[in-house]
Write a protein that binds this ligand. Structure first.
Ligand SMILES: [Cu+2]
Length: 247
């Protein structure tokens, strides 16, 4: 049953309304507001940061609209009174409050952002797996440290295989123009730039196959720069890597 039906059915009782409000608050605590939950520990940090911003926004909007509607109703023009209400030039305490509170909110959001970004951009010095990723017009090359190389071949989109619950260090470069290495389910995108080397870690938490694509318009066949990511157990990963090496 959706929250709206719930509200409709129980609209007579205050208890029903209170329960509905509680349901909205609780569901927003587990919802990522249309975003991905993140299939890596880094992506989950991103998702919870986004969730925190959304909940803060909802609370601020709620308080603002409640105050606005209170003023609209409480000080509305009533029958028989034609008088203009008392005019004030300023109200120092109120002005201080509505300056200080937003500043504190912004500082709080900033601190949480820095903490999450530090987690997301942290690169491990001893990763379990290392893979070099090269973007080119119009495809991808994934090269593992044992020499195994997976590359785009026409409409055969390459697959990046990663072990779950282990840390993979990625070294990202571009061979020609600006590309974007984007995995929506990981809440992750990073430019692949000619002349610049980017490093980042993935620690996938869920096994499965995910879509990847180029996120920067890089020429005629930009739309063909697709790939997939398959997260498997560490044992499956090792046997896959040995198999590829043998082949
Ligand atoms: Cu591209």
């Amino acid at each position: 049953m959706s929250i709206f039906n719930f509200v409709k059915e129980r609209h007579r009782g205050r208890k029903g309304l209170a329960l509905a409000a509680l349901a909205i608050v609780l569901s927003s605590c587990s919802s990522t507001f249309g975003g991905y939950k993140g299939a890596t520990t880094q992506g989950q940090s991103e998702a919870s940061l986004y969730q925190g911003f959304m909940i803060t926004g909802i609370v601020v909007a709620g308080i603002t609209f409640l105050g606005l509607f209170y003023v609209l109703v409480r000080f509305r023009r009533r029958k028989g009174t034609n008088r203009i209400p008392a005019q004030r030039h300023s109200n120092l305490p109120v002005e201080v409050i509505y300056t200080v509170i937003p500043v504190l909110i912004v500082i709080g959001l900033f601190v949480f952002t820095v903490r999450s970004e530090n987690k997301i951009t942290q690169v491990s010095s001893n990763p379990n797996v290392s893979v070099d990723i090269t973007a080119f017009q119009w495809g991808w090359r994934f090269t593992y440290s044992n020499g195994v190389s997976i590359v785009s071949q026409g409409a055969n989109y390459p697959q990046l295989v990663l072990p779950a619950n282990e840390t993979t260090k990625v070294t990202l470069v571009s061979q020609d123009v600006v590309h974007g290495f984007y995995i929506p389910a990981f809440n992750f995108s990073r430019y692949a730039l000619p002349g610049v080397t980017n490093y980042f870690d993935f620690t996938p938490t869920n096994t499965g196959t995910y879509v990847g694509r180029c996120s920067a318009l890089c020429g005629l066949y930009h739309g063909e720069m697709l790939f997939s990511v398959r997260v498997v157990t560490p044992t499956q990963f090792q046997s896959w890597l040995t198999q590829q090496k043998a082949a």
